[in-house]
Each structure stands twice: as C-alpha cells, then as structure tokens.
Design a protein around this ligand. Structure first.
Ligand code: TXA
Ligand code: MG
Length: 323
C-alpha cells in the first residue's frame, strides 16, 4: 500500500516535468519524461553529463516502445521476447518525435524494459517512456542503493524511489542493431554467451574515445576517487610498502596481512554475486582515504566480462574488449 502511494507520488512529479531516481535490477536510474526536453535537460545538468552522451529510455510495455522506434529487426525482437523485462538494452532506429537531446542527435535510440516491479508500475502511471541514465555524477560509479543516490545527488533531485539494493549490480548489456550485424556496445547484466545462444554471433565494438557511441565505453568511467590498479602481482607488492592499500578480491585471499582493508566480491567465486557486490565494495574502499586500491582480475566469462570491463574503466585502462 505504502509502495503504491510513493509510486503515484513519483509518477506525478515526472508528469509535471520533475526528475526522480528510480530502482532497477541493474543500478538506480535518474528518470524524467523522455518527451519533455526541459526535464531531460535537467537530467544532463544534474549529472554534469556531456550532451553528446545519449540516454537510455525505459519502457514498461510495447505501447511505450512503439512511441520510440520505427522498426524492430527480427533478432532484436527475439532478444526482447526472451530477455525483457531484464538487463538488456537494444539500440534501434528512432522515430522523429524522440527529442534529439535524448539521443544526442543520433538516428538511433537505446531502449530497455527494466525488471523492477516498482519502476514498471511507475512508468505505467507516467504513461510515457522515461529516460534513465545511472543516477550518479558523470564518470563516477553507478549507485546500487537508494542511499548511494541520496549521498551523491540527493539535494539536486525531486524524489528518490527506494526499491532496495539492486539485484544485478552492473548496468544493462547494450546491443546495437544500427548496422547490419548486431554489435555489443557494452557488456552488462546479461552475459554475451546468453545473447549469442539466442541470436548467434555478435560483433564486439572496439573501444573508441572520440564521440563514443556509448560513453560508458570511455576509457576512464565508473571511477572512484582512489586510483584503482589492475596490473600488479603478488611479487611486486613490496613496492607499495609505504602506501595504504585496499584489496578488491574476487575470492577470499590467502595472504591478507599487507592490506589496510579487503573487500571480497564473492567468497565462493560466483560471478553473479561478484557483480552484485562490485560497486558497493568499491565505494566502501573509496571512503577509507586509501592511497591505492589493488583489484584482482576476474575470468572473463559470463558476468565476469562486465565486471572486468568496469574494473578496467575504473582503473583508466583502455584496451579493446576482445573475446
Ligand atoms: O542498466 C542500465 O542500463 C542503467 C539503468 C538505470 O537502466 N542505465 C544506464 O544508463 O546505465 P547510462 O546513461 O549510465 O548508460 C547508457 C549508455 C551510455 O554509455 C550511452 O552512451 C549509451 O548507453 N547509449 C545511449 N543511447 C545510445 C545510442 N543511441 N547509441 C549508442 N549508445 C547509446
Ligand atoms: Mg552511467
């Protein structure tokens, strides 16, 4: 009952042109009516996001989807049928009515149907698709709890819809259907293997720095204040002797004495659990005024691919994500 009331309140705010943080299964988003350019502009301002970086639009049903896209290729349709609602975003040719601000002038729009029940009913009550970039200042880690949002943007937004901690913990997987062959623009909450089991081989977009088609692809992104280092080995740990170091471990480490603090992503080495814990763990380490965070590499299979992608970007490394 209480939920219903707050969801209605949030929907009214969005309808009047306000901006509301909302929960999804991946990370919290910053929502505004996708067809209200003034409200969308405020989302960019609050996030300090460059206008060349287009937003994902969230839908609750196929009527919403029809307002956004011209045509849906059959592979895209297959993915939507099997994976929506869920952490998959598809990039499709947009309708002229979609404001250019939303898509940064691109001929395409990125769309997803999130899985969180509160947000599905929110979008339903608004009666219009809502934009939803992650609810963090540009370049910083995405929020996975309402409290993360409150700490970073609380005083600048109109409402926070608290739906508890995000289940998946990394952003959606983005697949573009703009070119002839489907292309992975950002690894995320749905493993590439699962997508390929439905539509066959998908190309992987190389990382680009200028005018990126997904700035989540910028080499330094999803970054905390404390430097994160991925390239280190147990052998050269001594060279960090005078430093206050945190360890971001995948599983329980054997030798823990050298570290000021340790965060273990998944004791049993489970990728899903690791992804769900990733951003919160980095935030906790970032709050300790460490000199350095050493991060352990994770095998790049399943959700491990998204985890490694975010770790690379958090550490400012820019190699191409290969297979
Ligand atoms: O899981 C998610 O996707 C979350 C939750 C809130 O739904 N949202 C999210 O949004 O991660 P954001 O704005 O932080 O990341 C969206 C990414 C950006 O890297 C953007 O460049 C890319 O999607 N993007 C948006 N529209 C695009 C388009 N038309 N073509 C290519 N990339 C696009
Ligand atoms: Mg983001």
């Amino acid at each position: 009952m209480r939920d219903k009331k707050v969801i209605r309140q949030a929907a009214e705010i969005i309808k009047k042109g306000g901006i509301v943080a909302f929960p999804t299964e991946t990370v919290y988003g910053l929502g505004a009516d996708a067809f209200n350019p003034l409200a969308v502009a405020r989302v960019f301002e609050v996030k300090r996001r460059p206008y060349f970086d287009p937003l994902i639009v969230h839908v609750a049903n196929h009527t919403d989807l029809d307002k956004l896209v011209i045509e849906i290729p059959s592979d895209a349709k297959k993915l939507m049928e099997q994976l929506w609602p869920g952490p998959l975003t598809v990039v499709l040719l947009k309708k002229a009515e979609v404001p250019d601000l939303v898509t940064a002038g691109l001929p395409t729009v990125a769309v997803r149907m999130p899985k969180h029940p509160m947000t599905l009913s929110l979008i339903g009550l608004v009666g219009s698709p809502i934009v939803g970039p992650s609810a963090n200042p540009f370049g910083y880690l995405s929020p996975t709890t309402a409290e993360h949002v409150r700490n970073q943007l609380g005083d600048q937004i109109d409402f926070i819809l608290d739906g508890g901690p995000c289940e998946v913990g990394v952003e959606s997987t983005i697949v573009s259907f703009f070119k002839k062959r489907p292309m992975l623009l950002r690894p995320g909450g749905i493993p590439l293997e699962e997508i390929e089991s439905i539509i066959g081989r998908v190309e992987i977009s190389p990382l680009r720095e200028e005018r990126p088609s997904a700035p989540g692809m910028l080499p330094r992104h999803y970054a905390p204040r404390t430097p994160i280092v991925l390239d280190w080995s147990k052998k050269n740990l001594d060279s960090y002797r005078d430093k206050k170091i945190g360890l971001l471990a995948f599983q329980e480490p054997k030798n823990s004495q050298k570290f000021h603090q340790i965060e273990v992503l998944s004791k049993k080495g489970d990728f899903r659990e690791a992804a769900a814990n990733l951003f919160s763990a980095i935030r906790r380490l970032d709050a300790l005024n460490l000199d350095l965070i050493l991060a352990e590499a994770v095998p790049e299979v399943g959700l491990g691919r998204a985890v490694m992608d975010r770790l690379r970007r958090a550490s400012g490394r820019s190699e191409i994500i290969g297979r």
